[in-house]
Write a protein that binds this ligand. Sequence first.
Ligand SMILES: *Cc1c(COP(=O)(O)O)cnc(C)c1O
Length: 459
Amino acid sequence: MKFPMEPYRIKVVESIPRTSRRERRQILEEAGYNLFSIPAGKVTIDLLTDSGTSAMSDNQWAGIMIGDESYAGSKNYFHFEKTVREIFGYKYVVPTHQGRVAENLLFSTTLKKGDVVPNNIHFDTTRANVEHNNGKAVDCVIDDALQPRAEHPFKGNMDLKKLEKVIREAGAENIPLCLMTITNNSGGGQPVSMDNIKATRKLLDQFNIPLYFDACRFAENCWFIKKRDPAYAGKDILSIAREIFSYGDGCTMSAKKDGLVNMGGFLCTNDHELAERITNMLILIEGFPTYGGLAGRDLEAMSLGLREVLDEAYLDFRIGQVQYLGESLIDVGVPILTPPGGHAIYLDAKEFLPNIPPDEYPAQALACALYEEGGIRGVEIGGLMFGHKDPVTGEDVWPELEMVRLAVPRRVYTTSHIHYVAEIIRDVYERRESIHGLELVYEAPVLRHFTARLRALNG
Ligand SMILES: *Cc1c(COP(=O)(O)O)cnc(C)c1O
């Protein structure tokens, strides 16, 4: 057997939509070749994101039934606070309805104009929240992370030389905190090593700069440390997590990822004075400190999810499933970014469709072809998302990489679904010469990929 069987059995089922190729062609045309505009009810396998798309366990659903919806001091809050303290080890725990609110709270209370926030790679909402608070978000990831096929066990690592340079240039007094994203989502879900976390902490200590984790996929990162660093082979996931967080001063978290819930998040800190300011802001924008934008039942589901995600059988399967999809594609010659990360596979559209030039959106064309072929929805991370006009010359600027990300939701799809996905991609790969580019016919002034409309160039 190539990877572990599902460590759960099915108690509730949800039918998945099936459509004909003819229907899908028409849907694509009506949606302006933008997969964000396709109703989920017309998607057979939805790999758009792993965020908020997890299946909850029977245990979590039972937790939903013991929701205490008291405005203040709900018992679910105390369970939640205790759980987070046990795993993350921080003193102050602030619930929020999702990760970006934790980011907003952190940056609106710590940044002054012109401040710099380093990270391995800022996730897009993180960068946006730093910039919205007049800060500058700087990425300091190792160079290997930017090479699609560089084999590195911890491709999410911080480059300490780059980090030190940023600190010396900006001045430590203008860096209120440094972030570390585990796993590094925008760099392909690649892990950060324990040694790198320790070394980052040591460097920051020289300058008295606090370290915060963007902890969305912390359990997946712990699993990689256990598998790839012999010093941790005998440790359990909880103790690895505790060690990671012991090197930090706090964290932001979107529980829509490794919290195994459909909505939820939190912010942690050890700084008493900062916690007070954050709590005051929380009351203004999210809610009272013992619910922070969530129902009591949601807090309960999140506490239970945070424990379930530490289960090694779950992680073996979860990350094993993503790796298995990656290997199935490599086996038939489909170009992907390697090594596969923890939550997604990235197809290399430049190599997949070498005849489609950047201004005909090869990655978007590939994403549409996967939908047409088998009703699979991925997301383009390429020219449609990141292409823009140079403000000075007015010329088109295209990103280095043209990718389609296939993010795998947690506990949702079985091995046969993964086989189906691999087969559809292989079929598309075999007929790749027949795939044509796209032409942009409408774009919004910002974040155009969400609402853009395109036209097929095959006449
Ligand atoms: C999803 C995500 C966020 C933002 O969380 P939301 O719950 O979507 O607001 C922040 N950082 C990383 C690394 C993420 O993956």
